[in-house]
Design a protein around this ligand. Structure first.
Ligand SMILES: Cc1ncc(COP(=O)(O)O)c(C=O)c1O
Length: 494
């Protein structure tokens, strides 16, 4: 569908599709320099069957010289699945290794002259930057555990089914892990599978879910619903939902709502505090570039994170002050572990749980300092800009990608963009549905020419220009190869 909000649509084709124009767009964009913060695998690296980059294999003599083409940077559009490695990650991780090597257990506590946090305080050190990415107060976020695990922890706290209200509403094409998590929470409460309500698109061929449709399904089940769990950005279609509107609607019906922000964090600016979101969780390995399977993050709104003291007499009050009484504390029920406990009394080992107020009180285990270090490296790259400025660049990159996809020479394009054309309803990713039977051949051609993207069988390609490191030039090179692949594939199928 044509998009009147796309500044590239309507440009003369010869200009839009030229190499020179792509290069000019990169030159004119102040954030293009952020690409230098990342290691972009070369085409040769992707083909290499030995460990590590080809350049290393050449220097240590395990590989001979490679062709000029193999030395070229690959075209990496898979940051919605696994973000690329920031150059500084290696430096930060070697600092972590040095600390471990030189301090052992004291690495947890040593206060450094240069201000680096001891491992024990790394969770606090990440709060400021994380909170800026998701529009939260620092106390409302914490980096901990992993996404699905965090959804479980949060549901344990926010899904409190009663006889009347017991359903969980999710979307019909929810990421499978979210589906399994919701189903198992329902089973955990001895409720039947029918307690899971799914919101499915009205059209069997179009994944679009309008806000009206979402709100109407929620309203329909409101009287029996205990929780709504939705993705900020849908992983398959790339649709960005109206988090504020849907949250407000749920609250008007007295239903708590949580958001899976796996595809939203670091991609689009969200305002979790102002939008009054109850809880959210995300991973730090997609647009956040923290490394495969690294530690995740979560948000709990301030109003749910409070820990209040209500001592009933002087004696109890004194015990509470000394942190030896938990009966007098009121806080949201949760699945607790020692790391959620107040640092002042955490190591008392007296079996009195005194939760840290805010999201930190939802922590369970001692987090991996290695993971926190990798996430810190990634956040420091984000710290070179801000999410609003990054979003402006992202809107331009994705608009350019869209315009180039819509400009197919030589007849009707053998594909359709299924991501909404309205920029406010999408992030960086465009999902492209190919005509039946073309996927394998197209994928084979572009992959063997150094393109990395993600396919969803039977016929969808997800193309995600990550605004921190992808360029207009990447998109130009991708489109040239993709259109060539389309032509070859359609010629083969007749
Ligand atoms: C939308 C969404 N939810 C949940 C997950 C599961 O994440 P994890 O394996 O970190 O729990 C993913 C993973 O890609 C995802 O994309």
């Amino acid at each position: 569908m044509a998009n009147s909000q796309n500044q590239f649509i309507g440009l003369e084709a010869s200009k839009l599709t030229s190499e020179a124009y792509a290069k000019t767009l990169d030159k004119e964009d102040a954030l293009s320099k952020l690409r230098n913060e990342f290691i972009i695998p070369t085409k040769g690296d992707l083909k290499n069957k030995r460990f590590g980059p080809v350049s290393k294999n050449i220097s240590n003599g395990t590989s001979g010289p490679v062709s000029a083409e193999d030395e070229e940077e690959s075209i990496y559009f898979c940051g919605n699945s696994l973000g690329l490695q920031p150059k500084r990650t290696r430096e930060y991780i070697s600092r972590y290794l040095d600390t471990w090597a030189s301090k052992g257990v004291f690495g947890h506590f040593t206060q450094y002259e240069d201000g680096h946090p001891p491992w024990l305080d790394m969770d606090d050190a990440l709060k400021d930057q994380t909170s800026k990415l998701v529009g939260a107060l620092p106390s409302e976020v914490v980096v901990m555990e992993t996404l699905t695990a965090n959804l479980h922890f949060l549901m344990a706290s926010f899904y409190r089914p009663t006889k009347d209200r017991y359903k969980i509403i999710i979307e019909g094409k929810a990421f499978p892990s979210d589906h399994y998590a919701a189903m198992s929470q329902i089973a955990h409460h001895n409720l039947p599978p029918s307690a899971l309500v799914t919101i499915t698109p009205p059209s069997p061929t179009d994944p679009y879910l309008s806000s009206d449709h979402i709100l109407s399904v929620i309203s329909e089940h409101a009287a029996t619903t205990a929780l709504v769990l939705l993705p900020g950005i849908q992983f398959y279609s790339g649709q960005y939902f109206d988090i504020e509107l849907i949250t407000r609607h749920c609250h008007s019906l007295n239903i708590p709502i949580g958001w899976d922000l796996a595809h939203a964090v670091g991609n689009v600016p969200v305002k979790l505090h102002d939008w009054n979101v109850d809880f959210a969780a995300w991973c730090n390995y997609k647009y956040l570039n923290g490394g495969p399977g690294t530690i995740g993050g979560l948000f709990v709104h301030d109003r749910h994170g409070q820990v209040e003291e209500s001592p009933s007499n002087d004696e109890e009050s004194a015990k509470a002050e000394n942190g030896i009484l938990d009966k007098t504390l009121t806080y949201r029920p949760r699945l607790s572990g020692w790391w959620g406990g107040d640092k002042k009394v955490r190591f008392n080992m007296d079996n009195v749980f005194v939760p840290i107020p805010g999201a930190s009180g939802f922590q369970v285990s001692n987090p991996s300092a290695l993971d926190l270090t990798a996430v810190l490296a990634s956040l420091d790259v984000f710290g070179l800009t801000d999410i609003d400025t990054l979003r402006e660049r992202s809107l331009r990159l994705t608009a350019y990608l869209e315009a180039r996809l819509l400009q197919y020479e030589g007849g009707e394009a053998p594909y359709k963009i299924i991501t909404p054309s309205n920029p406010a309803e999408r992030g960086a990713q465009l999902s492209v549905r190919l005509n039946p039977g073309l996927l394998d051949s197209i994928l084979h051609f572009i992959e063997s020419n150094g393109v990395v993207l993600d396919e969803r069988k039977p016929d969808v390609l997800r193309v995600a220009p990550a605004p921190l490191y992808n360029s207009f030039w990447d998109i130009h090179r991708f489109i040239t190869l993709f259109h060539e692949a389309c032509k070859r594939a359609t010629a083969k199928t007749g």
